[in-house]
Design a protein around this ligand. Structure first.
Ligand code: AMP
Length: 282
């Protein structure tokens, strides 16, 4: 695996692959890699001939009060994991390659970003949209692979790719979980052992709640009770716990098997803000 740091060096690979008739996939990451990220690389390898992973902790998607400085950074470890997984190229640009002096363009997806993390992390999806638009244009791969753990992010990326005529096909990959069901996340490493034990309540309560809603319980009362259960389990706060349509992200009043729906959560535990989402299905 070769590591490249400039757009020209990245495109030297992807354009050569295209000339050779090889397909390619890009896997955007912020590092702190775990098996969830590696599953995206494997999905890329299953769907394309060549895979590029990107490693860039994008400052524009963090608010001043968030964990940009604390975010895990260990490029050597991440590169070793990617190489082991069979990734072909790592694109790890420095800040001034992504945002050189004079950079002045914003990218904002409206509507989908009104809810969930869009409402609780103002500006977050503007930063995500900005960096993903750049990464897709920089890499010019056939596919881009994103994890369903960040469901709203995938919805936003699909919308911007459609609206901006970016030809890259956006592919979803399922959430990879630890043995107790907790979604793997770079931020799980902020948890102490005690907090990690408390965190296992999150997937359990999510599953129970989704099952009750699928069985006909009203989402509003069911999610209110589940929020109390999370707080009782030791979570410090719940930004949201909501049932929404999977595509449009509009709130659902009742479960309707004809409309794919999901349960979305963001909750605080210690230094970590954990997010997850699961299907609501009978
Ligand atoms: P991040 O490095 O957290 O920005 O995530 C990079 C990509 O990995 C995004 O597409 C995430 O949705 C995906 N990802 C993160 N955690 C998981 C997981 N547990 N399972 C699958 N994909 C994940």
């Amino acid at each position: 695996m070769e590591t490249v740091r400039t757009v020209a060096d990245l495109r030297a690979h992807t354009s050569r692959w295209r000339i050779q008739g090889l397909t390619s996939a890009v896997v955007p990451t912020m590092g702190g890699l775990h098996d969830g990220h590696i599953s995206l690389v494997r999905r890329g390898l299953a769907e394309a001939d060549r895979v590029v992973a990107t490693l860039f902790v994008n400052p524009t998607q963090f608010s001043p009060s968030e964990d940009l400085d604390a975010y895990p950074r260990d490029e050597a470890r991440d590169a070793a994991m990617l190489q082991e997984a069979g990734c072909h190229v790592l694109f790890a640009p420095p800040l001034d390659v992504m945002y050189p002096p004079g950079f002045a363009t914003e990218v904002r997806v409206t509507g989908l970003t009104d809810h969930l993390c869009g409402a609780t992390r103002p500006g977050h999806f503007d930063g995500v949209s900005q960096v993903v638009t750049k990464l897709l244009n920089q890499a010019q791969t056939d596919l881009a692979i994103f994890g369903e753990k960040d469901w709203q992010q995938i919805a936003v990326v699909r919308q911007l790719a459609r609206d901006l005529d970016i030809p890259t096909r956006i592919v979803n990959a399922p959430t990879v979980r630890d043995g107790d069901g907790l979604a793997m996340s770079s931020r799980n490493r902020y948890l102490t052992d005690e907090q990690r034990a408390i965190a296992s309540a999150l997937p359990r309560i999510m599953q129970d709640t989704a099952r009750q809603i699928a069985a006909g319980a009203a989402p509003a009362t069911t999610t209110a009770a589940a929020t109390e259960a999370l707080l009782a389990a030791g979570f410090a706060g719940v930004d949201y716990l909501e049932a929404r349509a999977a595509d449009t992200l509009t709130a659902i009043e009742r479960f309707d098997p004809a409309i794919a729906s999901r349960l979305f959560v963001a909750a605080h535990l210690g230094q970590a803000r954990l997010i997850d989402n699961i299907a609501i299905a009978p």
